[in-house]
Write a protein that binds this ligand. Structure first.
Ligand SMILES: Cc1cc2nc3c(=O)[nH]c(=O)nc-3n(C[C@H](O)[C@H](O)[C@H](O)COP(=O)(O)O)c2cc1C
Ligand code: SF4
Length: 394
C-alpha cells in the first residue's frame, strides 16, 4: 500500500527511546507518556500514560504487554504499513511499555490476513534478541527481562476488541468480556495487561526519543501528536498519510485528490458519515475521531449502498452474544433494503433510527455500540436524498 509523503516514524533514531527510558526509570517513563498527552491510536482514544500507570499499579504476580495488530476495521491499513516498514519501532515501544509497567512478556496479536508479515517480524525479533534488545537483562540491565512473541489472530473482526482479543489469546472463543473489570487490572490470564494499538507503541518510542515538547507541539491541545490515516475510496491518491491531529477533512481530501466528495466516512464501518457541509471539521478526539480509516464517498455513490455494505459486514461479524447487536444489525440491514425497494415508510425509518440509538447504549461491546453509527449519520445528514431514492423506487 502506498505511503504518501514523508513519515516521521522513518526519522526516529533506533533505540534512542529505549535508552532514554532505561536511564529515566519506569515511573518517569509513565510520567513522560502522560505529559505527552498521547491518546491511544486504536480508535477509543484512551490516554496511554494513564493506561500504563493503572497496569503498573494493579496487583498481580505477572504483567503483560499486548500489541493489538488485528486491524480489522474496514478502510484501515496503516498498522500494516507500520509493521512492514518500522517493526523495530513497534517492538521498541512494547519493550518500553514492559519496562514501565513491570512486564516480562509481550504478545503481538497479528491479524490472520497478515500472516505474510510473520516471517519478517520473527526475523526482526531474532535480531533484537541477538542485540540484547530483548531477552534477559535488556541492554545489559540486570533485572529487566522482556521478550515478545507473535500470536496469529483468528480472522474475526470482534477479536480486535481488547477483551475478545484476550479471550482469543487464551485459546478461547473470541467473545468480548464484561467491562469492568478492565484489562489493566484483569487482562491476559486475569493479570494486569496493557493492550495498545501498533501505532501507539511506535509513537511511544518516538516520544521517548524526541521528547514531550516535540510531541505536544504537533496536533491540538486535546489530541497531541501526529496521526497516520489510511485514505481510500473515491480519491485519486489512496494510501497512508501522516497529518497532525486536528487536520481538517477538507485538507486531507485536497492531499488525496478527493475534493469532489459528497461525504467522508471517518472511522471505518463503525465510524460516522460526515457530509460535505462539515468538511471544515477536524480529525481529532474532540471532534471527529478515528483509529485511522477515512473512506471517501464520491458524488455519484448511493449512500444506501454504502450503508447496506457496512451493515452486511456487521451482520457477519457480530459475535451473537447480546440481543441488541445480534438482532439489531439484521433489522437495520433489512430496513435499508426496504428503503432501496421503496417499501419503508417514514414512520418505520424513525423506528430504525430509534433501534440504532438503543443499540448504541444497550450493546455489550463497541461493535454493537457503533455498528449503527454510519446508518444513523447518513439518515441525519442525507434524509431527503434517501427518501427521494425510496420514492423513486416505488
Ligand atoms: C469491534 C472492535 C474492533 C476493534 N479492533 C481494533 C483493532 O483492530 N486494532 C486496535 O488497535 N484496536 C481495535 N479496537 C479497540 C480496542 O478495543 C482497544 O481500544 C485498543 O486496542 C486500545 O489501544 P490504544 O489505547 O492504543 O488505542 C477495536 C474495538 C472494537 C469494539
Ligand atoms: S455487541 Fe455484538 S459483538 Fe459485542 S458482545 Fe454483543 S453481540 Fe457480540
Amino acid at each position: 500500500m502506498t505511503i504518501r509523503g514523508p513519515m516521521t516514524l522513518a526519522s526516529i533514531e533506533a533505540e534512542a527511546g529505549l535508552g532514554t527510558a532505561i536511564e529515566a526509570g519506569p515511573a518517569r517513563v509513565i510520567e513522560v507518556i502522560r505529559e505527552s498527552g498521547m491518546k491511544g491510536r486504536g480508535g477509543a482514544g484512551f490516554p496511554t500514560g494513564l493506561k500504563w500507570e493503572l497496569a503498573a499499579a494493579a496487583p498481580g504476580e505477572r504483567r503483560y504487554v499486548v500489541c493489538n495488530a488485528d486491524e480489522g476495521e474496514p478502510g484501515t491499513f496503516k498498522d500494516r504499513v507500520i509493521l512492514s516498514e518500522w517493526p523495530d519501532l513497534v517492538f521498541e515501544g512494547m519493550t518500553i511499555a514492559g519496562y514501565a509497567i513491570g512486564a516480562e512478556e509481550g504478545v503481538v496479536y497479528l491479524r490472520a490476513e497478515y500472516t505474510y508479515l510473520r516471517d519478517r517480524l520473527e526475523e526482526c525479533l531474532g535480531r533484537r534478541r541477538n542485540a540484547n534488545l530483548l531477552g534477559a537483562g535488556v541492554m545489559g540491565n540486570e533485572g529487566f527481562d522482556f521478550d515478545i512473541h507473535i500470536h496469529m489472530g483468528s480472522g474475526a473482526y470482534v477479536c480486535g476488541e481488547e477483551t475478545a482479543l484476550l479471550e482469543s489469546l487464551e485459546g478461547k472463543r473470541g467473545e468480548p468480556r464484561n467491562r469492568p473489570p478492565f484489562p489493566v487490572s484483569t487482562g491476559l490470564h486475569g493479570l494486569p495487561t496493557t493492550v495498545n494499538n501498533v501505532e501507539t507503541f511506535a509513537w511511544a518510542a518516538a516520544i521517548l526519543a524526541n521528547g514531550v515538547e516535540w510531541f505536544k507541539g504537533i496536533g491540538t491541545d486535546g489530541s497531541t501528536g501526529p496521526k497516520l490515516l489510511s485514505i481510500s475510496g473515491d480519491v485519486e491518491r489512496p494510501g497512508v498519510y501522516e497529518f497532525p491531529m486536528g487536520v481538517t477533512i477538507r485538507d486531507l481530501l485536497a492531499a488525496a485528490g478527493g475534493e469532489e466528495a459528497k461525504a467522508v466516512v471517518v472511522g471505518g464501518a463503525s465510524g460516522r458519515c460526515v457530509p460535505a457541509a462539515e468538511f471544515s471539521r477536524g480529525i481529532c478526539y474532540e471532534d471527529v475521531a478515528t483509529g485511522g480509516a477515512v473512506i471517501v464517498i464520491g458524488p455519484d455513490r448511493d449512500l444506501l449502498d454504502v450503508a447496506e455494505n457496512f451493515m452486511e459486514f456487521f451482520v457477519d461479524e457480530s459475535c451473537g452474544q447480546c440481543t441488541p447487536c445480534r438482532v439489531g444489525n439484521v433489522k437495520i440491514l433489512n430496513g435499508i433494503r426496504m428503503l432501496k425497494r421503496g417499501e419503508c415508510s417514514t414512520g418505520y425509518l424513525q423506528e430504525l433510527c430509534d433501534l440504532g440509538s438503543t443499540m448504541q447504549v444497550a450493546s455489550k461491546c463497541g461493535l454493537g455500540q457503533s455498528s449503527p453509527n454510519v446508518f444513523l449519520s447518513i439518515v441525519e445528514h442525507h434524509r431527503s436524498e434517501i427518501l427521494d431514492r425510496a420514492a423513486a423506487a416505488v
